[in-house]
Design a protein around this ligand. Structure first.
Ligand SMILES: Cc1ncc(COP(=O)(O)O)c(C=O)c1O
Length: 448
C-alpha cells in the first residue's frame, strides 16, 4: 500500500529559520527610502516595525533561531504533514507522483500562521500593545488575530472590501480570536476616507488596505504594523515549510523534479522553495514553478522596478515585479493573489531564471480544486487551487513520464465556500488583464 502521509515528530521540527538571501545569485536589491532614494535605514522603519523584525529584514546571516515561545505555539499544528495525493494521481491517470505539504492544518487554516506567531512574539517582546494589519482573503487577518491573542496584543484588521463581503465567517473567526475588523477602504483612516470619496463602491485592494494599516500604526504610539507577505522576514519565517518538507521527502525516499506554489506576495512559495535552492544551484535537476492568476499577472506581465508596496506611497520602495502601486485588480475570488507587487526575494529568483512564473485562469483553478476535493477530500482555498492547477498541468503534460511533483497546499477553503457556490452557479468568469491597462498601471512608477 502507498504511504499516504509522512508525519514528523515534534522533536524533528526545525529550530531555525533559513535566510535565502545570501544564497541568491546577484543578491536581492535593498529597499530604498522614497525621500532620499538611498537604502532604507532600519531606524526609519522603527515607528512601524519592532527592531527584532527589522534586524531579520536586513540580516545577512543564513540561519535565525526560532524562539522557544514561538516553537511552543508552532507545536499546536506543526510539523505539518506531507501527503501523497495518490487519489488525485489515479483520477488523472498519470505516472507522476504528486506530494503536497499541508499547511491548511494550522488553527486559522493556512501557512500565514507561521509568520503571524513570529511577528506577534517580536512585537510583544518590545512592549508593543496593539498591531494593525491588512488582509486580502482573510487568511492573514485570522492568523494574526490568533497570534495576537496568544501574546496578549490587541489587533485591528483592515479587510479588503470584496473579501469582507464574500467571506463573512472570516470576520466571525477574527472576532472569536478577539480582533477588531473593518472593511477597507474604511472611514477610520485619512486614506480610506479619501478613496471612499473618489471611488465610492470600490472593491478595495491589498494596496489600499496596507496604506490604511500603516497609517493606523504610524499615528499611534502603542501600535505597530504587521505585513503577511512580501517582506524578507515573512519569507524567512515561512521557510519552516520547506525545511520540514525536505526532511519528509527524504523519509519518503523521493526528491522533487518540480516544486510548485501559488504566488500572491510570494511567501508560501518562497517558504517551500528556499531550502531547495542550494541543491538547484549545485546542479540538481529541479524546476520551481510560481503560479499567479491571469487577472493579476505580476510576474508574467509586470515590470521589474522599484515601486511602493501600497497605494498611498507610504512604504519603502521595493525592487520587485509590479503592476504599479495604484493598480486595482479585478475582484477575482482568490483574494490573497490580488496584489500588484511581489516579494523582492521571489522577484530576484525570477530575474535569475530560478523560478518559472506561469499564469492560470480562475475557472480552471476552481475545476482543479473541485477535483482535488473529490479525490483527496480536502477543499482548497481559491489561492491554493492555483497551485493544484499547475500540479495537474505538470502531471498530465506527459502522463507516462514518472516525475515527482511537490506543491504547497497553502490553505483550506472551508471559509471560501461562497466562492465555490458562485463557481457552481456559473457566475465566475475568466479575465485576462489587457496589455494596455498594464502599460497604464505602470506609468506612475517612481523614477529611480
Ligand atoms: C491560502 C493562501 N494561499 C496563498 C496566499 C498568497 O500569499 P503568499 O504568496 O504570500 O503566500 C494567500 C494570501 O492571502 C492565502 O490566503
Amino acid at each position: 500500500m502507498i504511504q499516504k502521509k509522512i508525519i514528523l515528530n515534534e522533536s524533528d521540527m526545525p529550530t531555525q529559520w533559513y535566510n535565502i538571501i545570501p544564497d541568491i545569485p546577484n543578491g536581492v536589491a535593498p529597499p530604498l527610502d522614497p525621500e532620499t532614494k538611498e537604502p532604507m535605514r532600519p531606524e526609519k522603519l522603527a515607528p512601524i516595525f519592532p527592531m527584532g523584525l527589522l534586524e531579520q529584514e536586513m540580516s545577512d546571516q543564513s540561519w535565525i533561531d526560532i524562539p522557544e515561545e514561538v516553537q511552543e505555539i508552532y507545536h499546536i499544528w506543526r510539523p505539518s504533514p506531507l501527503v501523497r495525493a495518490n487519489k488525485l494521481e489515479e483520477a488523472l491517470g498519470t505516472k507522476a507522483k504528486i506530494f503536497f505539504k499541508y499547511e491548511g492544518i494550522s488553527p486559522s487554516g493556512s501557512h500565514k500562521s507561521n509568520s503571524a506567531v513570529a511577528q506577534a512574539y517580536y512585537n510583544k517582546k518590545e512592549g508593543v500593545k496593539r498591531l494593525a494589519t491588512e488582509t486580502g482573503a482573510g487568511q492573514w487577518g485570522s492568523a494574526l488575530s490568533f497570534a495576537c491573542h496568544k501574546f496578549g496584543l490587541e489587533c485591528k484588521v483592515y479587510m479588503v472590501r470584496i473579501s469582507f463581503d464574500q467571506k463573512p465567517y472570516r470576520k466571525s473567526m477574527m472576532n472569536t480570536y478577539g480582533a477588531e475588523i473593518v472593511a477597507s477602504p474604511s472611514p477610520d483612516t485619512n486614506i480610506g476616507r479619501k478613496i471612499l470619496k473618489s471611488h465610492p463602491g470600490t472593491a478595495g485592494s491589498l494596496g489600499i488596505a496596507i496604506s490604511e494599516a500603516v497609517e493606523d500604526a504610524a499615528s499611534r504610539d502603542d501600535t505597530k504594523y504587521a505585513l503577511g507577505s512580501v517582506l524578507n522576514h515573512v519569507i524567512h519565517h515561512q521557510t519552516i515549510i520547506g525545511l520540514e518538507a525536505k526532511k519528509q521527502m527524504e523519509i519518503a525516499g523521493e526528491y522533487p523534479d518540480v516544486l510548485i506554489g501559488c504566488c500572491g506576495g510570494g511567501s508560501n512559495f518562497a517558504g517551500l522553495a528556499a531550502p531547495f535552492l542550494t541543491d538547484k544551484l549545485e546542479g540538481k535537476n529541479l524546476r520551481m514553478v510560481g503560479v499567479e492568476p491571469a487577472s493579476c499577472p505580476t510576474l508574467t506581465k509586470g515590470l521589474l522596478a522599484y515601486d511602493f508596496g501600497d497605494v498611498a506611497r507610504t512604504t519603502p520602495l521595493l525592487y520587485m515585479y509590479t503592476l504599479g502601486h495604484d493598480f486595482i485588480p479585478p475582484g477575482i475570488h482568490a483574494g490573497g493573489l490580488r496584489y500588484h507587487g511581489m516579494s523582492p526575494i521571489i522577484s530576484a529568483m525570477v530575474r535569475e531564471k530560478i523560478i518559472e512564473p506561469i499564469s492560470v485562469h480562475q475557472l480552471e483553478c476552481f475545476e482543479a480544486g473541485v477535483l482535488f476535493a473529490q479525490t483527496e477530500g480536502i477543499i482548497p482555498a481559491p489561492e491554493t487551487c492555483h497551485a493544484i492547477r499547475a500540479a495537474i498541468i505538470e502531471a498530465t503534460r506527459d502522463k507516462n513520464e514518472p516525475k515527482t511533483i511537490l506543491f504547497n497546499f497553502s490553505g483550506h477553503g472551508l471559509l471560501d465556500l461562497s466562492s465555490y457556490d458562485r463557481f457552481f452557479a456559473g457566475d465566475l468568469h475568466d479575465y485576462d488583464f489587457p496589455e494596455e491597462d498594464i502599460a497604464k498601471a505602470t506609468k506612475n512608477l517612481p523614477k529611480i
